[in-house]
Design a protein. Structure first.
Length: 131
């Protein structure tokens, strides 16, 4: 079972580690204990929770931006048909949706809870796996 530490979950959701801890303490986000006693969140649970978050507040305008933007996040939904796949990634306050071949989604092993990076250039979204 893939799990994420509190800090990793915070980074993926675009919030502070304290916020994730508060959500866990309030029972909104289920955690498990690692062998070392640290709280961790199952990948599927984090994906479920990320997909349930309301739309984020409007962010102030960006002063500088690169031509290529990379959004690390967590896969929250994958819809497959015979040829194509629709992949949703929650990257901090951003929900990114990408259409790619089913073969590519299968080769990448994209499922809810998988950590992924949405690389955006112009109108195309490329899904990558970190590390």
């Amino acid at each position: 079972m893939t799990t994420y530490r509190i800090g990793e979950a915070a980074e993926l959701l675009g919030v502070s580690a304290d916020t994730v801890r508060r959500w866990a303490d309030a029972g909104r986000l289920a955690t498990v204990r690692s062998g070392q006693g640290q709280r961790e969140i199952a990948a599927a649970e984090l994906a479920r929770f990320a997909a349930s978050l309301p739309d984020p507040p409007v962010r102030p305008p960006t002063v500088r931006e690169s031509a290529r933007n990379r959004f690390p996040g967590i896969v929250t939904r994958v819809l497959r048909d015979g040829v194509m796949a629709q992949v949703e990634i929650q990257a901090g306050p951003h929900r990114v949706v990408s259409l790619l071949s089913r073969e590519a989604a299968d080769e990448l092993g994209l499922e809810p809870g998988v950590r992924a990076i949405a690389s955006i250039k112009a109108t195309n979204v490329v899904v990558e796996l970190p590390g």
